[in-house]
Design a protein around this ligand. Sequence first.
Ligand code: UD1
Length: 419
Amino acid sequence: MEHFVVKGEVTLEGEVVTSGAKNSSVAILPAALMAGSPVTVENLPLIDDIFTLIELIEYLGAEVKTNGSGSITIYPQKLQRWEAPYELVSKLRASYYFLGSLLTRFKKAVIPLPGGCPLGPRPIDQHIKGFRALGARVGIQHGSIRIEAEQLTGTEIYLDVVSVGATINLMLAAVTAQGKTLLENVAKEPEIVDIANFLNAIGANIVGAGTDEIKITGVKELGGTSHMVIPDRIEAGTFILAAASTNGRVLIKDIIPKHLESLTAKLKELGVDLEVGEDWVYVKGCPCPQPINIKTFPYPGFPTDLQALIMPVMTKAKGSSVITENVFEGRFKHVDELKRMGANIRVDGRSAIVEGGCSLSGAQVRATDLRAGAALMIAGMLAKGETVISGIEHIDRGYEKIEEKLNSLGAGIKRVKQE
Ligand code: UD1
């Protein structure tokens, strides 16, 4: 077990490069198993979720070759298993993408119910409803989802809730279904476009990704490709918020600024000075931010994944700010940890009211999930004194060398092994 010791009252300065998108990569790797020939994926983030997926893919029988940092080639031809082990699947949410990809590859799959961040109830009823509509039989036995179909057939599926995971899983399952599939009320996240581009590159016929309606015409065979993962907008948002919160001056490179518009608009309201280029943003924090209100929504709304991360800067604002979490129930576990550091935050149903004007002080806190953990790192850099963060395995699941990147900007974060 390890923890982070974070030095307080730092001001970040310098430049930092963003890694490839976690939420694209964790779907593209399972999707690669549907390919008929080798697939090379580049710009993969070096994070624990990716290492776990590679282990899972090797377990299923595919060969994986590492080409260099963030680049692997998957040889899916020798894939032989359609059942995944609990020990690996339970480590991450995205393991449910093997349902869609192995269903396409073998017409069957057995996958234990997935793990991932504890963000309150996370049902997968929309995935199951869609698989069934395409003609699959789906059952849950002994903690695993068993799915099979003789033949998948295209159909119309209207999602009851806008779900990133269900949109991707149903794209995977429909790619070789007979005839046409229409997915309606789907998620529009940039990662969905990235995955659709990947699938089209291996021979799928998908139109409309990035809108709320996706049309898929089933194809008979899929080939291979080489694909470059898009930049991680949430990691970029983390650095932007770390810079803004510490009153820093930071250039964040290798990003797609369009993907971050909901965040940059809010930062301008806070009073943060931003210069935006073609693939970079330069952030100049302000010592006295204005209070702001935020409501999380599916893309292009303000991302739920940045909700915890914007809270620390609100504690410095001249007045009270309100965050309303509309995507996940129970995604305010970081509030209790921030309160240990002296934050004045009240949760009322789906809203958190953050009173500004307080100065945080270092404390012992626990990362309850991936983004909550990164939010505590930002809070620790703002606070007076030292903050000790445990539970950092959550952070390692989704951030590549986060302490090294922040330390290169002037942070003082030590990774310490617990005795
Ligand atoms: C993905 C992201 C996660 C992000 C979230 C919302 C990955 C690996 N994770 O998670 O980082 O926070 O999108 O942007 O890409 N829901 C149902 N039934 C379903 C599926 C979802 O009711 O079958 C609900 C969920 O409980 C939640 C909402 O829909 O309230 C959105 O969830 P969803 O978009 O599916 O999130 P994930 O794909 O799990």
